[in-house]
Write a protein that binds this ligand. Sequence first.
Ligand code: G3I
Length: 422
Amino acid sequence: MNNLHRFLRRMRALVLGLMPLLLARFVTGAEAPPALKDVFKDCFPIGTAANRSMVMGGAGFRRSADQNAADIATLKFHFNQIVAENDMKWQLIHPREGGNGYEFGPADALVDFGLGNGMQVAGHTLVWHSQTPNWVFAGTNPPPPDATNPPPALAAGTNGPATNRPGRGGFGPGFGRYTGPRASREELLQRMSNHIHTVVGRYKGRVKVWDVVNEALADGQGTNVLRTSLWSEIIGPDFIASAFRFAHAADPDAILRYNDYGLEGAAKRKRLMTLIRELQAQQVPVHAIGSQAHVNVSTTFEAMDQALTEIATLGLPIHITELDVNGAQGGQGGFGANVADNAATTQGGLVADADKRLADAYAGIFRAFVKHRDTVKLITFWGVNDAVSWRAQGRPLLFDGENQPKSAFQAVITTVGTRTAP
Ligand code: G3I
């Protein structure tokens, strides 16, 4: 009986999910859109971040069960690579201390879903200043008098310094910036090692790419290369090298990424070059650069081309890891991606002529990706459609909330042959 119910539910989801494509084909007489993964098959895999309900079924955050079924169908049809938008973050996969403190259910479901549907799976993320539970940093050492607690206020639309500020309510308790007595360097390194060995070890051979360290670079125009975080304060700047060495020991075949946002801007990119060259000089196993690419509709081919050209001189593959193109007025001032700034960067309504500007921006950006396809080895969108995007108000993706392709979709697929064009 259970099996029959499951089968009927799956059939219903399939029909609902294919509805937009069937409508496009048979009601309007138009051809169904081609799958992104097929269009770019000679260039790079096309991936997406997925949320929990997409890999576990049912209703989701801001989505009914039917809407979720349609999102899943779009995911399966267009994408051949997948990453958990949230469920492998430390606070969700390892909320409590100790061997029994892990919650693997949703992450396991994502890996099974991805592999079951012929997708490559990436892991996001092992070490990050954000979304890390307080217990990780807690110990018996009083914080030094010059510690940077509490977090400085952020100016709207800017990329601020490190915070462990929580997301909006409901994303789990205890994730404010930790201000209590701290672990020693050795204790924190031991916790990092245990976490990385357990998580990477669990998915060894199945998750082939990891964001090992996320967003460790400083923002703004100052001279610091690294942002100040509890990781850098307690362990020191070599927390980055240690994380990569632990991950490499846990799975010597995995591709290990350093992942950050804002690399389209010269100041942030300069810090990236400094950091990675230093890690390379120390023979730290960094295998790829993850460039998040949370950009906006003012982003040009030239800006992306210049960024990729410069990053390529590091001699590593580049993965575009979190692509979206913000169309909100409040988001045109930079390439930030702090979730704490999200309200500001999606405010003010959409820019004028937003659909066309989105299509033009995506065309330029993808032209640059195709031009650099010897170096750019993966493109991952940060969400399947506008409705499930963390920046839903900026309508930043190729599909609308009904999973209909927007004009940006058309603009993107026409770039595939542009590399050899004059
Ligand atoms: O799932 C709960 C839901 O049950 C609850 O009712 C609701 C109330 O607000 O919150 C939901 O959780 C939210 C979760 O996203 C799922 O949507 C959290 O509040 C929110 O903080 C969380 O934000 C995520 C953010 O990272 C912080 O971890 C975004 O989804 C995710 O897109 C974003 O992704 C980051 C990358 O990991 C790193 N690079 C930047 C990128 C954008 O900030």
